[in-house]
Design a protein around this ligand. Structure first.
Ligand code: F6P
Length: 488
C-alpha cells in the first residue's frame, strides 16, 4: 500500500464508542461496528465518526476536536476522532434523510401509493442536513490525511455517500474505498429521489476507487443503476464502472463474517450464564427465538402473525412452545419507527390474548439491547427465526448457530445477504408468505434430531470458515491491486 506506515483512516456515522450521561463508555451497536472493530484492531487506524450524544459532544470538546484513545470497559481501545455537527443539521441528516429516506429506498420499504411525499422538508434535509454532516466528516478526514502521500481512506455505509466526492476534490491522490452495509436495490427503487439529489449521491459514490457490498446481487444492482440511472459504461463481468473522465470504479462483493472467537467469549461470560439460568427455568419444550433491531425491514409483524397461524393450525403445540423476541428499540425519533414499535406491542398482545392461558404466555417480548441476554438465548433456541423482508447481511443468522447447543434449526429469509452463504442448511422462506413461514415453524419443531444436527453442523462450518480479518485482507488486497492498476 502506498501509505504504508501511515494509519488507515476509517470514517462512518456511528463510531466504536459512545459516551453515556453517567460517564460510562459504551460499545457502538450494530453490524458496522462489529465489522470495523476487526479492521481497527488489524492495523494502526484512526476512526472518524459523528458525535451522536450530548456526552459524545462534551468528550469531543474536552479533546479540542482532536483524535483521542477511547478504552472500552470489556477491553480494546480505539483511536477515534468524533465530529460534532450542528444539532439541527444532524437531525435532518439522521432522522429525515438517512432514515427513513435512504434506508427505505435500500430495503424496498416505501409504500409508493402512500409515501414518500418529497417536499421542501426532504430536499432541505439533503441540502442542509445530509450534505452538512458529510462535509463536517470530510473536513476531519482531510485534516487527518494532511501531509500524507496517497493516503487510504475507508468510508462506511449509506450515511456518507457524498463524502467521497468532497475528499476527491481536495485530494486527487487519495485512495477511497467505500463499503455499503445495506442492500443495493434495483434502479427503479432509486427513482423516488429527485434527479438532482440522486445524481449527487451517485457522483459522490463514483468518486471512490472501490465500492464494496455484502453480496453479488447488490453488486449487480449497483452496476445496473450506474448504467440505467447515470448512463455510464459498465462492465458487469469484471465489475467496473467507467466514468467519463477515465476514472474507473471497481465494484466488489465482500460478505462480512462474524468474529467467532469474540461471540464464543460472550457465551462464556458469567452474566450470560445468569441469563441462561433464568431462561432454562422458564423454558417450555420448544423455544423459538428472534433477535433484531426493531426495524421495519426485519418483518417482525409477519413473524408473529405466522406464529399465530401456526398455533391455530397446530393446537397440539399450545403450552409447549414459547417465542422469545428480543428487539432493540431503534431510531425512535423517526415517526415510522416509533409507530412500528407500537404495532409490534399490539400484535403481541393480540396473539398472547388469543392463545395464552393463565400460566402460559406464547410470546415473550423483550424490548432491550443486551448482548449477553441475546447470546444466552442463542445457546438455547430450538428454532431461530430470521425473516427480514430485505437485510444487507444479518449477523444474527451467523452468531446464533455458532453458539447454539440444542441442534437449533434456522429459518432464514431468502432476501437476507446471509442467505447467499447459509441457505443450503437453513429452512429458506419467502418473507411475505405467512403460511409458508407457519409451515416452516412446524417443520422445524418436528424435524428429526439427526437432520437438525446435520443442518446446524453445516451452519457452524460455514460461519467459522472466515473471520473479519479475512474480510479486511480481501479488501486491502484489492486496494493494492487497484493502486497498481491506477499506476500509484
Ligand atoms: O449497516 C446498517 C447499520 O449501519 C448497521 O451497522 C446496524 O445494524 C444498523 O445499521 C445501525 O443503525 P443505527 O446506526 O442507525 O443505529
Amino acid at each position: 500500500m502506498s501509505a504504508e506506515g501511515a494509519p488507515l483512516v476509517l470514517v462512518s456515522n456511528r463510531g466504536p464508542v459512545t459516551f453515556q450521561e453517567n460517564g460510562e463508555v459504551k460499545r457502538g451497536g450494530g453490524g458496522l461496528v462489529t465489522a470495523l472493530t476487526g479492521l481497527a484492531s488489524h492495523r494502526d487506524a484512526i476512526w472518524i465518526a459523528s458525535a451522536m450524544t450530548e456526552q459524545d459532544i462534551a468528550v469531543t470538546e474536552q479533546h479540542g476536536g482532536r483524535p483521542f484513545t477511547a478504552e472500552l470497559p470489556d477491553g480494546g481501545s480505539y483511536k477515534v476522532r468524533l465530529v460534532a455537527s450542528d444539532p439541527g443539521a444532524y437531525d435532518r441528516f439522521y432522522n429525515v434523510f438517512a432514515n427513513p429516506m435512504l434506508w427505505f429506498i435500500q430495503h424496498y420499504l416505501w409504500d409508493l401509493s402512500n409515501a414518500p411525499d418529497i417536499r421542501r422538508e426532504e430536499v432541505e434535509a439533503f441540502e442542509f442536513g445530509y450534505n452538512v454532516v458529510n462535509e463536517d466528516l470530510a473536513r476531519a478526514v482531510l485534516e487527518e490525511i494532511d501531509g500524507q502521500q496517497e493516503p487510504v481512506v475507508m468510508v462506511h455505509d449509506y450515511h456518507l455517500y457524498t463524502l467521497p466526492g468532497l475528499i476527491r476534490k481536495e485530494r486527487p491522490d487519495v485512495f477511497l474505498h467505500h463499503f455499503v452495509h445495506i442492500p443495493w436495490t434495483q434502479p427503479d427503487a432509486w427513482r423516488v429521489l429527485p434527479t438532482k439529489i440522486r445524481t449527487e449521491i451517485y457522483e459522490g459514490l463514483l468518486a471512490n476507487d472501490i465500492v464494496g457490498f455484502h453480496t453479488r446481487s447488490y453488486r449487480r444492482n449497483f452496476l445496473q443503476c450506474c448504467r440505467d440511472l447515470m448512463d455510464l459504461e459498465v462492465d458487469f463481468d469484471r465489475g467496473i464502472v467507467h466514468c467519463p473522465d477515465g476514472h474507473q470504479v471497481w465494484v466488489r462483493a465482500y460478505p462480512l463474517p462474524i468474529d467467532a472467537e469474540q461471540t464464543r467469549a460472550v457465551a462464556k461470560r458469567p452474566r450470560t450464564a445468569e441469563f441462561e439460568g433464568e431462561l432454562l427455568r422458564r423454558r417450555r419444550e420448544h423455544l423459538i427465538l428472534r433477535v433484531d433491531r426493531a426495524d421495519l425491514s426485519k418483518n417482525v409483524l409477519r413473524g408473529f402473525t405466522a406464529f399465530d397461524v401456526f398455533l391455530e393450525q397446530h393446537p397440539e403445540f399450545r403450552e409447549r412452545v414459547t417465542f422469545v423476541a428480543q428487539l432493540m428499540p431503534s431510531r425512535t425519533d423517526v415517526p415510522e419507527y416509533a409507530e412500528y414499535l407500537e404495532r409490534i406491542e399490539a400484535v403481541v398482545a393480540v396473539v398472547n390474548h388469543r392463545h395464552g392461558t393463565p400460566d402460559w404466555m406464547p410470546i415473550h417480548l423483550k424490548l432491550r439491547d443486551d448482548l449477553e441476554e441475546a447470546v444466552a438465548a442463542y445457546k438455547n433456541y430450538d428454532l431461530l427465526l430470521v425473516n427480514a423482508m430485505f437485510d444487507g447481511m444479518n449477523l444474527v443468522a451467523k452468531e446464533g448457530p455458532l453458539v447454539n447447543e440444542r441442534a437449533g434449526v434456522s429459518i432464514l429469509s431468502e432476501n437476507t445477504g446471509a442467505h447467499e452463504e447459509l441457505g443450503e442448511f437453513a429452512l429458506s422462506v419467502n418473507p411475505f408468505d405467512i403460511q409458508e413461514l407457519a409451515d416452516s415453524i412446524h417443520a422445524a419443531l418436528t424435524m428429526p434430531r439427526e437432520e437438525r444436527e446435520r443442518r446446524l453442523a453445516g451452519l457452524k462450518r460455514i460461519v467459522t470458515q472466515r473471520d473479519p480479518g479475512d474480510w479486511i485482507d480481501d479488501q486491502l488486497a484489492d486496494i493494492r491491486k487497484k493502486e497498481g492498476a491506477n499506476g500509484n
